[in-house]
Design a protein around this ligand. Structure first.
Ligand code: AMP
Ligand code: ZN
Length: 313
């Protein structure tokens, strides 16, 4: 048979189902889910995403990302001591919404988590009534409005969404090009609420689409593979995919650096040799002049002396 040898799981030696280049690890069906959950746990601790005894409302659409979110949070909830419920919004997008709601019901039943449902129609319209090209922005606005209002009116401390590294990066490029620099500051693992705005958390912000997909598949969780029929093709995601293929780890490093505190601007002074701006006593250029100038001098003088020897002979 042609083809490479099947890879083995780094943890248990069984046949691996996934190879993650940026972690340099291959894992089997059984070892991937706990590996993924530990990554979430590490980030939840590191960025203090959830605080003790908080009431967490996870927004679930039925897609792979929010299914991964709910399952991973459910695995964490006992250790971290927080209360977890789910919220699904029925947007009224025909068969797609009907199937999404069905997946959410099944998932919450399997995980033993209470599911809350809000129908957009309760407010007098559905996404099917939106007859302009702005349908995605009307939908996004409706979701954010309902997440916030439902969470506040029902005593939740935080709203969790399933945004992943690919989403954040694609939105980064779109907003950067549109000049919305302020948007970047809001894309943190946790953004504190104020006034009537409830705190938002993004526990999967460093997970890629691929990791989320592998998690729901290896854990055999119900999820809806169909894309929303209104969602346009995302060219940025395709471009990001190409970059990641050439630079493994690019997506996660980029997103991590978006919310890493920036290094302090170093203090500068004047170089004691030449007087130009420098961060050290003698500037890098003068240090290079000294070092390589000396090497050049030695090379010149040895060349000269061998020329003299040749002339004498
Ligand atoms: P999207 O706006 O479709 O990119 O989804 C971003 C996040 O919003 C998802 O990961 C979910 O957490 C949440 N979400 C999207 N659609 C729904 C929905 N119909 N009901 C509840 N939460 C949703
Ligand atoms: Zn294994």
């Amino acid at each position: 048979m042609k083809g490479g040898k099947a890879k083995k799981c780094k943890k248990c030696g069984k046949r691996a189902v996934v190879s993650l280049k940026n972690y340099k690890i291959s894992l089997c069906q059984d070892c991937f889910p706990p590996f993924f959950e530990r990554l979430i746990e590490r980030d939840v601790k590191k960025y203090r995403v959830i605080r003790e005894n908080e009431r967490v409302l996870a927004a679930v659409s039925g897609g792979k990302d929010s299914v991964a979110l709910l399952s991973a949070l459910s695995a964490l909830s006992s250790n971290f001591n927080f209360h977890l419920e789910a919220l699904h919004i029925d947007l009224g997008i025909g068969e797609y919404s009907r199937r999404s709601a069905e997946v959410c019901r099944k998932l919450c039943q399997e995980l033993g988590i209470e599911l809350n449902t809000v129908r957009l129609s309760e407010y007098g319209f559905t996404i099917s009534d939106v007859n302009t090209r702005k349908v995605c922005s009307v939908c996004g606005n409706a979701k954010r409005y309902i997440f916030n209002r439902f969470a506040r009116e029902n005593g939740f401390d935080v709203i969790a969404t399933g945004h992943n590294a690919d989403d954040i990066l694609a939105n980064f490029f779109k907003n950067w090009l549109a000049g919305n620099r302020w948007w970047i500051e809001k894309q943190m693992p946790r953004t504190e609420g104020f006034d009537r705005v409830v705190t938002r958390i993004r526990p999967l912000i460093l997970r890629t689409e691929k990791e989320n997909a592998v998690y729901v598949l290896t854990k055999q969780l119900p999820f809806l593979a169909d894309e929303c029929p209104n969602a346009p093709q995302d060219r940025w995601k395709e471009i990001i995919y190409e970059i990641e293929a050439k630079i493994p780890g690019f997506k996660q490093n980029f997103v991590r650096n978006m919310f890493k505190e920036s290094k302090e601007i170093p203090e500068f002074r004047y170089c004691s040799v030449c007087g130009e701006i420098s961060t050290s006593e003698i500037c890098q250029f003068c240090r290079n002049v000294m070092r390589y100038g000396q090497i050049a001098m030695v090379a010149r003088s040895s060349a000269e002396s061998s020329e003299e020897v040749a002339k004498k002979e």
